[in-house]
Design a protein around this ligand. Sequence first.
Ligand SMILES: [Mg+2]
Length: 460
Amino acid sequence: MLSDRFKGSLYGLAIGDALGAPIEFEKRDAYTPVTTFREGGPFHLKKGQWTDDTSLALCLGFSLVEKKDFVPEDIMKRFHSWWRQGYMSCTGHCFDIGNTTKAALSRFEESGELFSGAPTDPATNGSIMRLAPVPLFFFREIEKALFYAAESSRLTHAPASCIDACRALGLLIHRALSGKRKEDILLYERGSLGILASDIENVLLGSYKTKSREDISAAGLAHTCLEAALWAFYHTDNFNDGALLAVNLGEDSDTTGAVFGQLAGAYYGFRSIKPEFIDGLWDKELIDKLAMKVFFHVNQFYYEGENPTVDLIVINPADEVLLIRRSKNASACAGMMAFPGGFIDSKAREGEKWLPGLETAETAALRELEEETNLKLTGAEIVFVGEYRGDNRDPRDNETSWSKTHAYVYRIDQKTFEEQKNSIRGMDDADEARWIPLEEARAMKLAFDHNKILEDALLL
Ligand SMILES: [Mg+2]
């Protein structure tokens, strides 16, 4: 689910950072391999404490959600106040500023120049390490996500390789958040991001796929760091093993971990992360708070005083779609066939406004499905089809009626289908629930604008 992926990306960043911190700068394999949080390292940190990677990501993320936009001056002020006053540091002061970041913040301090990165600086990994909040915040607009990924780099890291590393990682995180498969996340066609720095393009084209551990560098450049993180992501099949593989490359271990974690957390989701890594993370309430704020920003369409609905198209391996017959008592489209769905739960109503509830559109879709058909799905495969305005489609009281619906499609696998097919039945406000062959469903007159929604879903 989207909320799980958002949380996973930010937690992933901080966990990778905190796992790597105790062995930062150490030559590869000159230490007892990291298996969990430990204290120590060059900055004498406590277990689970994170470093500049996470501090700067928090500065960037809280600026985005509080300003509701990318405001360079506000971001730079927060970066500067981290450096000078320890804002968003887990020890209360800045203990580990990178050279490129320091040079840029010094220029900002002296001249007020916002985009303080210099193209002649070394092409280090200080801008990809903090990137995740940007693709999360601009999740609904991929062009903006890529544009501001580049802008976020230019604040402190202006070499083309740093900027393009941010655009590349931004694209991969965006794909992971969208629920794409790993091979599709990593798929790259030359030219699809325009002209890229050749070292970054080389990584995107798959340099990490064939390299051995010995050939992977963790020395702190943008392109080697991206390569190392993708190497760990590509060669493992879960967050926890991948994070340890990444940080145990040594040297700039915390940043390799942070870059791996942003992407892998978005891909595998928060719930796939070991409880030990979650529970042991320093100040995790801060990470939680940012994840919630950025998620609500992206999903604010259902917190604008409206009370919208969700619809879920479930398709089985035999290419049949699950339809319900709307109850005879339903106030709209009674007796017609429709997708399972219903209102997203709002916490309360205050005057004309529906207040934000804790339920997301995806959670609502799965809950309604279970309430109306008895089919229980986990949510891992849910895919967003689109948002549909429905100004005139529901004759109920306009004030409380849906003004838009969010449609999702879920293709269930053979195993889930076999396990549950005999327990599916119409419940709640569904008089009947049954599987209809897709072609037959397309030819039927479905309730509301469900014919249009179905056609759109089949194009995905
Ligand atoms: Mg660090």
